[in-house]
Design a protein around this ligand. Structure first.
Ligand code: DLL
Length: 434
């Protein structure tokens, strides 16, 4: 086993793990109450004293934190330590309002990178590997997180950042990259170019660690095939540290949450009630070791479920199913809930790749929804099925999945803008929140 696998933590028996969580939670609650005025006020309002939380069974007593709280407290309102103890910030892209700026002490960075190191090892990484990181660097957590994790594993780290596909492929070939870290949509783009240029046999890639955006099982299979690798999912969010909050092991059957640092809960997004294991709801995290930006019961808006079913990898940490959507990016179109992942499933099942865009608009009082999808290069070359027939087939597939009529346009290969980071798949022109 590689040098960064931590069996004493990752395979800890449940009773010991929960005792550790309880001990850390009790300490953390006291820490935030004493050091962050925002928490003190929030807990006082909710009538909860630090001593009311005696272990993880009392977690539900604490109030939730929401993205709006972070925006209201921007930039320093949630700091748990003096600014002089902080050594780094990372930030979200801030496309929907004010940015979230997360702060880290050196110890917070070490924990975060350790989680990323565990993810790399779970994907088969050792110090013999060449880890090719083409997540964005800078404020985005993807590049810095996996970069730090790869250093901890002792792998040779290629800090490529995103973009410049020709250069990515050149380095991959010349330096023999074995583990690729990027968004799944960029992995799919790289796969396309590798196929076009016939490069697959010249590369040494064996695994990929892909996350930061939703992707389906069908997309996983396509990427695994075009790149000749095993593709692992990794999850995280800036507010909770970044990538590595959870990740897949060799079983590829849900992501192990790093429970010695983060306690997950699933709640009913409408009522806030905690749901039992196995039920789908909104994922909530409490950070029990982070000091600079110590969030407790943070509502992620990501929808999924948790399972404690035994995993044959030996890790005991609870697994989360890949996010099945977000409680806030679900679109209501013609009165029906529509998840982009449902549309993707239909397209990939019909043999298309994940090169598509969903455009939602409103004309008068009526919603319109159009899906534009590219022909694959093979479909375009074969040219054996009329486009109108293809479109009708997709319309029927979407109707049966969503229950509504969707307009479909099948377009030529390479006509939809490629992403180098997170893909922009939905263009909603309705301005529903104005
Ligand atoms: O995307 C952190 C990250 C970087 C994760 C690299 C994995 C790899 P944010 O930019 O703050 O952080 O976005 C967080 O992205 O709440 C999810 O909605 C979504 N997300 C992250 N990972 C996954 C995943 C990074 N594996 C938001 N599957 C989260 C689906 C994901 N959605």
């Amino acid at each position: 086993m590689a040098n960064y696998y931590q069996p004493e933590i990752e395979t800890m028996p449940l009773d010991k793990l929960q005792a550790l969580q309880s001990e850390r939670l009790v300490e953390q609650v006291k820490f935030v109450y004493d050091n962050v005025e925002f928490y003190r006020n929030k807990m006082n309002e909710a009538g909860v004293k630090p001593e009311d939380v005696k272990g993880i069974e009392d977690l539900h007593k604490l109030p939730f934190i929401e993205k709006d709280d972070l925006r209201d407290q921007y930039p320093y309102g949630l700091l748990g330590v003096p600014l002089s103890e902080c050594v780094r910030i990372q930030s979200t892209s801030g496309t929907t309002g004010r940015r979230v700026v997360a702060f880290y002490t050196q110890e917070d960075l070490d924990v975060w990178e350790e989680c990323c190191a565990r993810a790399i090892v779970a994907a088969g990484g050792t110090k013999e590997d060449v880890v090719h990181v083409c997540y964005g660097y800078g404020l985005f957590t993807g590049g810095p997180g996996l970069n730090g994790g790869s250093h901890k594993v002792g792998s040779l780290t290629l800090p490529m950042s995103s973009g410049n596909t020709a250069r990515q492929l050149q380095f991959m070939e010349d330096l023999g990259s074995t583990i690729l870290c990027c968004t799944p949509s960029y992995a799919a783009n790289l796969g396309e170019t590798i196929t076009e240029k016939g490069l697959k046999d010249k590369l040494k890639l064996k695994a990929g660690i892909f996350g930061a955006e939703p992707w389906t099982e069908e997309m996983r299979h396509n990427i695994e095939e075009t790149l000749g690798i095993k593709a692992y999912d990794i999850y995280g969010l800036t507010e909770i540290s970044g990538p590595g909050v959870s990740f897949e092991c060799e079983e590829q059957a849900g992501m192990h949450v790093q429970e010695d640092h983060f306690i997950p809960e699933i709640i009913n997004p409408e009522t806030g009630e905690v749901l039992p294991e196995g039920e789908v709801g909104e994922l909530v995290f409490s950070c029990i070791t982070k000091k600079a930006f110590p969030l407790l019961r943070y509502r992620t808006r990501d929808l999924c479920y948790l399972t404690r079913k035994k995993c044959s990898c030996g890790r005991t940490h609870i697994r989360m199913h890949k996010p099945m959507g977000r409680s806030d990016d679900m679109m209501v179109v013609k009165g029906v809930n529509v998840w982009p992942s449902q549309i993707e499933t239909v397209l990939l099942n019909l043999g298309y790749q994940a090169n598509y865009q969903i455009v939602v608009d409103r004309i008068g009082n009526n919603d319109t929804i159009e899906v534009r999808v590219e022909l694959t290069p093979e479909m375009a070359t074969a040219n054996d099925v009329p486009v109108s027939k293809r479109e009708a087939e997709i319309v029927a597939g979407l109707k049966s999945m969503l229950g509504i009529k969707v307009d479909v346009k099948v377009v030529e290969p390479k006509t939809i803008t490629r992403s180098e980071g997170k893909a922009v798949r939905v263009i909603d022109k309705r301005d529903l929140y104005k």
